[in-house]
Design a protein around this ligand. Structure first.
Ligand code: ATR
Length: 291
């Protein structure tokens, strides 16, 4: 590895909290693989500090920033240009600094699609997909699924207005209220990919063992070919993934999406697409160390 010097190109992740972010480990693994003199650091930025951080990015010459909670929306008005995904979603999870201009991107959805293609060899064009939830993460995924040509996307959410808004992001998406249990169960039983983007199963205030399928379907009545995805990676195994795995279904947690959205960002910043496997190993090593 090239030693860090005054000439090293600096990127990072900004958020609050940021100390536990896996992004610097993922980015730095990529820089080692690519053999470039770059480094990634974490920047903790207060809730109202997003616009100031963009000024700092310009004046300090940071080449790129990953952007996480709570700044994805507040930085938008400080940027010079938005790539199509960030423009459609109104939020950016990545800023690139090119020739004095700050460009906002959103790589979360593309990371999800790439994770399915790379890690599960799934081509989504003909496969029915159900998205549980309609928050920020669901919106990124639905927008990217639309661009990837997914032909059948059902969005099941407690607040149906948010599901309708989310469905507006892809031509083939439709909204289902969680209370419409018949429609929700029907979509789930047909789905080849079920993606949980709600916080149910993360722990916190949930009942132990809570699953977003509760009250809708039993995991045994899902298609045997279904892949069940939970977009979080902490905990590594949610009650949903445990139940799906026990029923013999394929499962994936959120680590692959995290790594693949970073691959997209690294390609935007450096112009070279790093291989995902060493980045995944770096992220997993950090998680293993924290056990
Ligand atoms: P993120 O950015 O991670 O997507 P978010 O924007 O806060 O987070 O969205 C959270 C999603 O989880 C929403 O779809 C929310 O449903 P509502 O739109 O009805 O609020 C869903 N969610 C959170 N807690 C839930 C619960 N206990 N049961 C069902 N859905 C829940």
């Amino acid at each position: 590895m090239t030693p860090i010097s005054a000439a090293t190109t600096v990127v990072g992740v900004m958020g609050k909290p940021v100390a536990h972010s896996l992004s610097p480990a993922i980015h730095n693994a990529a820089f080692a693989e690519l053999g470039v003199d770059w480094v990634s650091l974490g920047f903790e930025v207060d809730d109202d500090g997003g616009p100031d951080a963009m000024v700092a990015m310009r004046t300090m010459g940071l080449r790129g920033l990953s952007v996480t909670m709570p700044h994805k929306a507040t930085i938008i008005s400080s940027l010079d240009e938005l790539a199509p995904s960030a423009a459609a979603l109104g939020v950016a999870n990545c800023v690139s600094h090119v020739d004095g201009r700050l460009i906002g991107h959103n790589t979360d959805g593309d990371g999800f699609v790439a994770a399915l293609a790379d890690d599960a060899q799934l081509d989504l064009t003909d496969l029915p997909v159900v998205i549980l939830g309609a928050g920020g993460a669901a919106r990124s995924i639905v927008e990217a699924l639309g661009r990837a040509g997914a032909s059948d996307i059902a969005i099941v959410n407690r607040t149906v207005d948010k599901a309708h808004d989310c469905a507006g992001l892809a031509p083939t998406a439709r909204a289902i209220a969680t209370t419409d249990t018949e429609a929700a169960a029907g979509a789930l039983q047909r789905a080849h990919v079920v993606v949980n983007t709600t916080s149910v199963g993360m722990g916190g205030t949930d009942a132990a063992g809570a699953s977003p399928l509760d009250g809708l379907v039993h995991v045994e009545s899902l298609t045997a070919a279904a892949l069940i995805v939970d977009i979080i990676y902490k905990p590594e195994r949610t009650p949903l993934l445990d139940a799906a795995g026990a029923a013999g279904l394929a499962t994936m947690n959120g680590l692959a999406m995290l790594v693949h959205q970073a691959v997209e960002q690294l390609e935007i910043w450096t112009g070279t697409r790093p291989a995902a496997a060493p980045l995944m190993a770096a992220a997993q090593a950090v998680l293993d160390q924290r056990r």
